[in-house]
Ligand binder design. Structure first.
Ligand code: G6P
Length: 368
C-alpha cells in the first residue's frame, strides 16, 4: 500500500500530484506540430463520419459527465458541430432520438459504469457511431464501442476522480483539434493549441507548488456548512466539478452554478458563512464574472478566486486568490480544476475523513 501511494498519505493526493505526468501521457505521440493536428489511431477511418454527423452526443456519469460538458464547449466552438451532453442514466430511460447520422461519445474512466454501458448499447442499436473515451484498457465500454481513444492516465484508485478528469479533457481537446483543423481552425491556431498542450505539465507543476497555500485555505474554511462554486464558459463545468469533489470527500454541501445564474436563486443564500469560489480566468466572459464577484461581495460573501497569474483586478475585491498560468481557452479547465481538487482534499483530511474511500460511494458503479 505504502509503495503504490508513492510516499503520499493517500491515493487521491498521489493522483493529484501525478497530473503533470498523466496529462503528458494522454497526449504523448499524438501531436503533429507541423500540421497543427492530433493523430488518434483509435479514430482512424472514422474522421469523415464524425465530421459529417448531424450532431455529437456525449453521454457519461459523474466527473466524466463534467468532462463531457467541457467537450461540448470545445467541439461546438472549434469543430462547429452541434453537441448535446446527457447523463447516461437519463439517456437510457428516455426515448433518445438517435440515428445513424449521430456520433455518440461515451466517457468513462472505468469503462464499466452500468448506466453508461447501457446507454452505449441503446445508441448502438439505433445505428449511431459510438466512440469511447476510457481509461481502463479492454474495459466493457472500450470493447463495445466502434472506435475510441484511451486516456492513458494510469490506474486511478481514489474514489473521487482527479487525474482521469484532466486526461479526459486532454483527449477531448485532441479530438477537437483533429476535427477543427478540417473545419475552419487555422494551421497557426492548431499549432498554438499544440504548444499550449505541451506546456501543460509544467504549468500544472506550478499550480501544485501552491499546495501549502491551499492547505491553509482549507484550514480557514473547514467549518463551512456550504460552498458555492461559480464559473462561466469553459469554467462552468469546473465549478460543477469543484463542488462535486467537495461533496464527495468532505461531506460538505457544495453547489456549482454558472455564475450568471446566481441571480436566479443562489444569491439568496449568500452571507458571511457561505464561502464562494469563483473560477475567474481571463477570457471572453471575464468582465461579466468580475461583476458577479461584486454582487457577492456586496452581500458579505467571503470569496476565493482562481485567477490568472497576471490578474491585478480581482485580488483587490476578494479574500483569497489562487493563481494559475494562462493557456489556450479550451485547455483552461485542465488548470483551474487542480486547486479545487487540492482544496477538497485538504478539507477532507483535516476533517479526518476517509479520503480514498468516502462513505456510500464506489469507484465504479456497475449496478444501477
Ligand atoms: C463513480 C465515481 C466517480 C466517477 C463516476 C463515473 O460515481 O465515484 O468518480 O466519476 O462513477 O465513473 P466512470 O468510471 O464511468 O468515469
Amino acid at each position: 500500500d505504502a509503495i503504490t501511494k508513492g510516499g503520499y498519505s493517500h491515493f487521491m493526493l498521489k493522483e493529484i500530484m501525478d497530473q503533470p505526468e498523466s496529462i503528458y501521457n494522454s497526449m504523448r505521440g499524438r501531436l503533429v506540430f507541423d500540421e497543427g493536428i492530433a493523430k488518434l489511431g483509435g479514430l482512424q477511418g472514422f474522421e469523415d463520419r464524425i465530421l459529417n454527423s448531424r450532431r455529437i452526443l456525449i453521454s457519461a456519469c459523474g466527473t466524466s459527465w463534467h468532462a463531457g460538458l467541457v467537450g461540448e464547449y470545445m467541439l461546438e466552438q472549434f469543430a462547429e458541430i452541434p453537441v448535446e451532453v446527457d447523463y447516461a442514466s437519463e439517456f437510457r430511460y428516455r426515448n433518445p432520438i438517435v440515428t445513424k447520422d449521430d456520433t455518440v461519445i461515451f466517457i468513462s474512466q472505468s469503462g464499466e459504469t452500468a448506466d453508461t454501458l447501457a446507454a452505449l448499447k441503446e445508441a448502438k442499436k439505433k445505428g449511431a457511431l459510438c466512440l469511447g473515451i476510457c481509461n481502463v484498457v479492454g474495459s466493457s465500454i472500450a470493447r463495445e464501442s466502434h472506435a475510441g481513444v484511451y486516456i492513458h492516465a494510469g490506474p486511478e484508485i481514489g474514489v473521487a476522480s482527479t487525474k482521469a478528469f484532466t486526461s479526459q479533457l486532454v483527449v477531448l481537446s485532441l479530438i477537437t483539434l483533429l476535427l477543427a483543423r478540417r473545419k475552419s481552425m487555422s494551421l497557426e491556431e492548431g499549432r498554438e493549441v499544440i504548444t499550449e498542450l505541451q506546456s501543460l505539465p509544467e504549468k500544472v507543476e506550478k499550480i501544485l507548488k501552491q499546495n501549502s497555500l491551499i492547505e491553509e485555505l482549507a484550514e480557514k474554511y473547514l467549518l463551512a456548512k456550504n460552498f458555492l462554486y461559480l464559473g462561466r464558459g469553459y469554467n462552468f463545468p469546473v465549478a460543477l466539478e469543484g463542488a462535486l469533489k467537495m461533496k464527495e470527500i468532505s461531506y460538505i454541501h457544495a453547489e456549482g452554478y454558472p455564475a450568471a445564474e446566481m441571480k436566479h436563486g443562489p444569491i439568496a443564500l449568500i452571507d458571511y458563512d457561505m464561502p464562494v469560489i469563483f473560477i475567474a480566468t481571463k477570457d471572453f466572459v471575464y468582465d461579466k464574472v468580475v461583476s458577479n464577484i461584486q454582487e457577492v461581495k456586496a452581500r458579505k460573501g467571503r470569496i476565493i478566486a482562481i485567477v490568472n497569474e497576471d490578474d491585478t483586478q480581482i485580488e483587490k475585491m476578494v479574500n483569497h486568490v489562487i493563481r494559475v498560468p494562462k493557456t489556450h481557452s479550451i485547455l483552461t479547465p485542465i488548470l483551474t480544476v487542480i486547486p479545487l481538487q487540492l482544496l477538497a482534499y485538504h478539507v477532507a483530511v483535516k476533517k479526518g475523513l476517509n479520503v480514498d474511500q468516502p462513505r456510500n460511494l464506489a469507484k465504479s458503479v456497475t449496478v444501477e
